[in-house]
Design a protein around this ligand. Structure first.
Ligand code: NAG
Ligand code: NAG
Ligand code: NAG
Ligand code: NAG
Ligand code: NAG
Ligand code: NAG
Ligand code: NAG
Ligand code: NAG
Ligand code: NAG
Length: 638
């Protein structure tokens, strides 16, 4: 960094003295907010550094800890190979300075044949901890605090050592804002952006810093959070610009995200949401923000919602492990990833923007059932870990496509393997007919009549009351009576709710919901069971390779979604509904003019509270290769 302006002393000592007195008495503070640096062509973030910026004052460093009593050239090779394989942040450039820390018994030895300078092109200096026998050319040193393995930057001037974050470009627009921990329970917006058109950068720390333990089973899992969750230190947008601007940075973090952080998760940013988690279709309805990009198929299919950003991010980025959203299933199914809508009440909903807190839930996306199941177990506080699986499979025949179709044959193959796995034969069921035969006397014999508008009323009236009205009032107070901009989707839905009975109808909707829930738990397919927790599994397809091109104009939104379908069972009966990737089916893309593939997924529904059973079952199905982890990018199974 060359100075671009020099003060000429010729104009007099007096002027300089004045300037100094002004500068030293000024109240403005110049803050160092960290540095964006590049090493071997990769961009890194170095946290707040507090030194006078000078690139030659920061040097890459690798900490290598080992208990192998004699450190040989083979030990070095193995270490480098394992660092490279397990971490995307580490690079050979970090070996410029090495710190070898001996953790084993007694005194450690360094193989006299080990010549780091010639082994590693860029190595200039190697420190060894005092547990090693001193041996030139190695320099003995100690760290003030013990540091985990991995890449760092060190300032030789001060001896300060800094964590390294790799910067990735959010090219799918999955994030609304990058976040960095302030190491005090809060976050700061990531003050860096590298290259990329209209994209943000997201900073992820070295994976080598973290080792999962019993107390912190999610240590180091990189996680994005839908931008309806408050994080201390960041603003919440809810996908609305006026909302983001109106309210200041939040000073509290919600209990659900706090539990993830306590379990070791690393939050890397806030992710895109359908406005106020309500209803927007790309591209026309996404007026305020741009809709995140689903990477599957030709890359121009809708990501679904409302957790659009978390879904698109998990399907796009290997550097992101899990993402947190709301009721999950739609984006889970369109991106072909593991997605859970938990039992209602699974975890506290404080500091989360409401759609309708009477039925809202929060869930997690992952590409791998193992990671996903581990997160579910560590996250939800009050479920019982049941290892025994249900012995009945309730198969809603009319929901499945014919097994002579691409999607139908994939689903049929899975159902057959599930039958073998559980040692059970599917039972053909039909909810509408079962309802007709066994419904409570005080309810109509047509289930759709009972539930046609229930979800629509709960969400449109619930959110109008708990979010829209206070937002309108706060905005008007600050902006001389003005109304904030609202996307067409939520605006129409809120208006529809007010035109269709408002608060009074809300209570009717709650009552209808209770009627259905009671029936589902007794005469329906959600009975609890003492021995297997859930008597059966209700299964149905969630996506069948559907296309929803982003560039096809849909009709203008007029009202919330009506009617009853499989996906509403969990909304109405508070039961868990977990979507899993099954396969992918071809289509001829009108964008790429090539054969592309879109996901096929299936839903597992169980009795209320059986979330851990479902997570275990799905993890075990993956262990048996009946289900498979998915990749990022256009194909789930390339
Ligand atoms: C940066 O630090 C190096 C080494 O200490 C020094 O030689 C150089 O002059 C410094 N550059 C600037 C612009 O301060
Ligand atoms: C030595 O290190 C390995 C790998 O880091 C670890 O698994 C092992 O438990 C350690 N052994 C001792 C005696 O510390
Ligand atoms: C370590 O790796 C280097 C370079 O890849 C190789 O030449 C050397 O034989 C390896 N040493 C051992 C002991 O494996
Ligand atoms: C979980 O159980 C504890 C203790 O019974 C209770 O205080 C808490 O509210 C429960 N949490 C949820 C989300 O139900
Ligand atoms: C299942 O549905 C198919 C048509 O979708 C029908 O041909 C078949 O008879 C149904 N089976 C049962 C057992 O209901
Ligand atoms: C229930 O009512 C709806 C709307 O009137 C109708 O479309 C549907 O066929 C009815 N269902 C049954 C099982 O009669
Ligand atoms: C559901 O409710 C909407 C709005 O009131 C109405 O237009 C529609 O006909 C109803 N559908 C059924 C199947 O009852
Ligand atoms: C509640 O159920 C009744 C039938 O019992 C139906 O007419 C009404 O539209 C339903 N309302 C809501 C909001 O669910
Ligand atoms: C794609 O188009 C070709 C040529 O029109 C056709 O033969 C093929 O069946 C189509 N594939 C799919 C998956 O629709």
């Amino acid at each position: 960094m060359a100075a671009f302006l020099r003060m000429q002393p010729a104009s007099g000592i007096f002027m300089l003295a004045c300037l100094f007195s002004i500068l030293t008495s000024a109240t403005a503070t110049v803050l160092d907010k960290g540095k964006l640096v590049s090493l071997d062509g990769i961009n890194y973030w170095v946290g707040e550094v507090n030194w006078n910026w000078n690139v030659s004052d920061i040097v890459p460093l690798t900490v290598i800890r080992t208990n192998v009593s004699t450190f040989t050239s083979g030990t070095l090779n193995e270490t480098i190979a394992s660092f490279t394989a397990s971490d995307d942040v580490f690079g050979l450039g970090f070996l410029e300075v090495i710190f070898l820390q001996y953790d084993g018994q007694g005194q450690g030895q360094i193989d006299s044949a080990l010549d780091l300078h010639s082994k590693i092109g860029g190595n200039k200096l190697t420190f060894i901890s005092s547990e090693y026998q001193s041996q030139p050319p190695f320099v003995q040193a100690n760290l003030q605090n013990s540091l985990p393995n991995g890449p760092y930057f060190i300032s030789p001037g001060t001896g300060d050592i800094f964590k390294v974050f790799r910067l990735y470009s959010d090219h799918q627009l999955a994030f609304t804002e990058g976040a960095l921990s302030d190491e005090m329970g809060g976050f700061v917006p990531l003050p860096a952006a590298a290259e990329g058109a209209m994209t943000k950068s997201i900073a992820v720390p070295s994976r080598l810093y973290y080792t999962p333990t019993i107390d912190r089973p999610l240590a180091g899992l990189r996680c994005g959070v839908k931008d309806i969750f408050d994080l201390k230190g960041l603003r919440t947008s809810g996908g609305n610009r006026a909302f983001y601007d109106l309210y200041s940075a939040r000073n509290t973090i919600g209990s659900s995200i706090q539990r993830l952080i306590d379990a070791g998760v690393v939050i890397v940013g806030k992710m895109g949401t359908v406005q106020f988690a309500n209803g927007d279709n790309p591209t026309a309805d996404w007026v305020d923000f741009h809709c995140p990009f689903n990477p599957r198929g030709d890359g121009y299919q809708a990501p679904g919602g409302s957790s659009s950003g978390p879904g698109a991010g998990i399907a796009s980025y290997d550097w992101l492990d899990i993402a947190i959203g709301g009721s999950m299933r739609n984006p889970g199914s369109l991106q072909g990833i593991f997605a859970n809508r938990p039992s209602t009440g699974a975890i506290g909903l404080d500091h989360i923007l409401p759609l309708c807190h009477d039925i809202d839930t929060v869930g997690v996306f992952a590409r791998n059932a193992e990671t996903w199941s581990t997160t579910i177990h560590a996250w939800y506080p009050n479920f019982t870990d049941y290892q025994k699986y249900p012995t009945r499979i309730f198969y809603q025949n009319s929901s499945f496509p014919g097994s002579d179709t691409d999607a139908g044959s994939l689903l049929e193959a899975l159902v057959q393997k599930l039958e073998t796995f559980l040692g059970a034969r599917r039972e053909y069921v039909d909810i509408a007919t079962r309802w007709e035969e066994t419904h409570p006397n005080d309810a109509p014999s047509n289930l759709t009549e009972l539930l046609n508008t229930t979800y629509a009323i709960l969400t449109s009236v619930g959110q109008y009351r708990s979010l829209a009205l206070p937002f309108y009032a706060d905005y008007a107070a600050k902006h001389n009576g003005r109304h904030p901009f609202i996307n067409p989707g939520p605006l129409k839905r809120w208006q529809w709710g007010q035109n269709n009975g408002g608060d009074h109808t809300y209570n009717v909707a709650l009552k209808n919901r209770t009627i259905f829930r009671g029936w589902w738990e007794t005469e329906g397919y959600g009975r609890a069971n003492l021995h297997t927790w859930s008597e059966g599994l209700y299964i149905y397809p969630y996506s069948k390779g559907e296309r929803q091109y982003r560039n096809v104009y849909t009709s203008a939104p007029t009202e919330p979604p009506m009617g009853f379908k499989d996906g509403r069972i969990s909304n109405m009966a508070d039961v868990p509904d977990f979507v899993v990737p099954v396969g992918e089916v071809p289509y001829n893309s009108t964008v790429s003019f090539k054969t592309e593939y879109m996901p096929v997924t299936m839903s597992f529904v169980a009795a209320r509270g059986c979330d851990f059973m479902l997570a275990n079952l799905i993890r075990d199905l993956q262990t048996d290769r009946i289900l498979k982890p998915v990749s990022t990018g256009p194909k789930m199974y390339p």
